[in-house]
Design a protein around this ligand. Structure first.
Ligand SMILES: [Zn+2]
Ligand SMILES: [Zn+2]
Length: 217
């Protein structure tokens, strides 16, 4: 996680907590519509298109060690059905909550003051930087969790015909009577060998089967 990059207050996903102040218990509600950052979602499965509006509803709460950020993001995600490949759109609602600590929280009485087994947790901790925080990593995690790994156009989507690729939901009675032309040719050939006699029909079939064989090699 890139804690090092300096936050830019002009970034729509960067929020300022100065107005909230540091008195524990102080609350502030914010709503903001931001353009979706790139790759917001599950790559090549379903995602919020870059630049599409993401509505954010956020509550900031001042606590001893920092600012507790709780919120909901709403956006429209787009992808395709994993069974039939039809476009799938869904209204997404993703909740998130995270504590952004003051960089000097340790001095001001952090609740969990056990430096020993904190090492691992520290990696996942978020910090305020000059009173600013970046919502983007939270938003990304929340959106991924709220999205289906295997989106379908409808729960019982029957998928595609394994023979011709037709979308079965459009054509529930879809089936194939006739076998493939090449199959027919081979069957004709087999028939003529069994019979031991060649009529015109099977003769044609034999020839076309040979042509097919050549083309394949
Ligand atoms: Zn489908
Ligand atoms: Zn088919």
């Amino acid at each position: 996680m890139a804690h090092n990059a300096r936050l830019d207050h002009r970034d729509p996903l960067v929020f300022d907590t100065h107005e909230l102040g540091r008195r524990p218990g102080a609350l502030q509600r914010l709503t903001r519509t931001v353009p979706a950052p790139r790759d917001l979602g599950i790559q090549s499965v379903i995602a919020v298109p870059e630049g599409a509006p993401v509505e954010l509803d956020i509550r900031l709460e001042s606590v001893m060690e920092g600012v507790l950020v709780t919120g909901t993001a709403r956006a429209r995600a787009e992808g395709e059905c994993v069974r039939c490949l039809e476009p799938v759109g869904l209204e997404l609602e993703a909740d998130f909550q995270e504590l952004f600590s003051y960089p000097d929280a340790d001095d001001r009485g952090r609740v969990i003051a056990e430096p020993g087994d904190d090492a691992e947790d520290d990696e996942d901790r978020f910090f305020l930087e000059d009173g600013l925080f970046d919502l983007e990593p939270l938003l990304r995690d929340a959106v991924v969790l709220a999205l289906p790994m295997q989106p379908v156009c409808q729960d019982d989507c029957p998928g595609l015909c394994s023979e011709c690729g037709a979308r079965l939901a459009d054509d529930p009675d879809h089936h194939h009577d006739a076998v493939d032309i090449r199959w027919a040719a081979l069957q004709g050939l087999a028939g003529s060998l069994e019979d031991g006699e060649k009529d015109e029909m099977s003769g044609d079939a034999t020839r076309s089967a040979r042509v097919d064989e050549k083309q394949e090699k």
